[in-house]
Design a protein around this ligand. Structure first.
Ligand SMILES: NC(=O)c1ccc[n+]([C@@H]2O[C@H](COP(=O)([O-])OP(=O)(O)OC[C@H]3O[C@@H](n4cnc5c(N)ncnc54)[C@H](OP(=O)(O)O)[C@@H]3O)[C@@H](O)[C@H]2O)c1
Length: 316
């Protein structure tokens, strides 16, 4: 019988998962349908019951259900438990098990990006944002031997609450408000003195990873100058954005550059958008559902076609 897989979210129409997961099932010769379901928050418990009744084999979970779904599942993996968030559910023997492939997916994408571009492991990181995906990023970064991780969020209290809530953090993470310039001291060399001119690239300088998990609203109205980064030299930075190609970047001809990533361009800073993470978290989910390695070439081909972006791993 044809197997049913799904993604639930609200909204969900924009999701690229149905496209690349369906292609991976077909390539693997698995008779399956992967469908998007737009589930309003108040109907989540009934939707999970319905998926159980329909005999779903597995599903992905996206905004805004990643945390709310926890009490509706039968068991959680240690990673999902530690993160307090689920993006993948596996159905087996009538039970639903929650997993989190966002966090290892982010780590795998970061490693692939650094390797493809022959970049050394950065020595420190600044994470922007304290929402659901910042948890995954912090989980991944704690697995690398970084000397320092800093968190910057619009609301400092939310950032501090996030840091307190994560059981896998062995030491506290300094947390700042976006509009408090103190965090800029965390970058090598700190803010340059005006006038801002891109300095010569020092190839031996330790790299700082800047990871954006702020939603696109944070950039609304000004897509070229993100105020917190405006006066910084990003010559020794690597920029990663969890957002990926938006209609905005297509219209402006930015070729996969998000407004955040575009800030690094004058400095020649290596940068990657969230398509790599999307692919890796999806490949990990496919493996959990089927026990098989998916064709990442087929998945990547679908993502390239859907977004018009070229190589997912080369710096943009
Ligand atoms: N590539 C992938 O596979 C992947 C996976 C997961 C998520 N994502 C992307 O990551 C992004 C964040 O997702 P999330 O689940 O972490 O979202 P979230 O939980 O809603 O968090 C949103 C973050 O953005 C901040 N924010 C929202 N509006 C803002 C504004 N106007 N000005 C400044 N800050 C603002 C929030 O700050 P406050 O705390 O102050 O409210 C919070 O830090 C989304 O674009 C999502 O699509 C990508």
């Amino acid at each position: 019988m044809r197997k049913l897989f799904a993604i639930i979210g609200h909204p969900v129409a924009h999701s690229l998962s149905p496209r690349f997961q369906q292609a991976a099932f077909e390539k693997a010769g698995i008779d399956a349908a992967y469908l998007p379901f737009d589930i309003a928050p108040e109907t989540l418990p009934r939707a999970i019951d319905a998926l159980r009744t329909l005999g779903v084999s597995g599903f992905n979970v996206t905004i805004p259900h990643k945390e709310a779904i926890l009490p509706l599942l039968d068991e959680l993996s240690p990673t999902a438990q530690a993160l307090g968030a689920v993006n993948t559910v596996i159905a087996k023997d009538g039970r639903l098990r929650g997993e989190n492939t966002d966090a290892p997916g982010f780590l795998a994408a970061l490693e692939m990006f650094l390797g493809t571009n022959a970049l050394p492991l950065p020595s420190s990181a600044v994470v922007f944002g304290a929402g659901g995906s910042a948890r995954s990023v912090l989980w991944a970064l704690t697995r690398l031997n970084l000397s320092r991780i800093t968190l910057v969020n619009r609301t400092r209290e939310r950032g501090e609450a996030l840091v307190r809530s994560l059981p896998f953090l062995s030491k506290t993470i300094p947390t700042f408000a976006l509009d408090d310039p103190s965090w800029k001291k965390e970058l090598p060399g700190g803010p340059p003195s005006p006038p801002l001119t891109p300095p010569e690239k020092d190839t031996n300088a330790p790299l700082t990873l800047l990871v954006n998990t702020l939603s696109l609203q944070a950039f609304a109205g000004d897509d070229s100058l993100f105020p917190p980064l405006r006066d910084l030299s990003l010559a020794s930075s690597v920029l990663l954005d969890l957002s990926y190609v938006s209609s905005l970047s297509n219209e402006k001809g930015l070729g996969g550059l998000t407004p955040f990533l575009a800030m690094g361009r004058p400095f020649g800073a290596p940068c990657q958008n969230g398509l790599g993470m999307l692919l890796m978290q999806g490949a990990l989910a496919f493996r959990l559902w089927t026990g098989l390695d998916p064709s990442t070439e087929v998945m990547e081909g679908e993502l390239r076609q859907a977004t018009g972006q070229g190589d997912l791993w080369k710096s943009l």
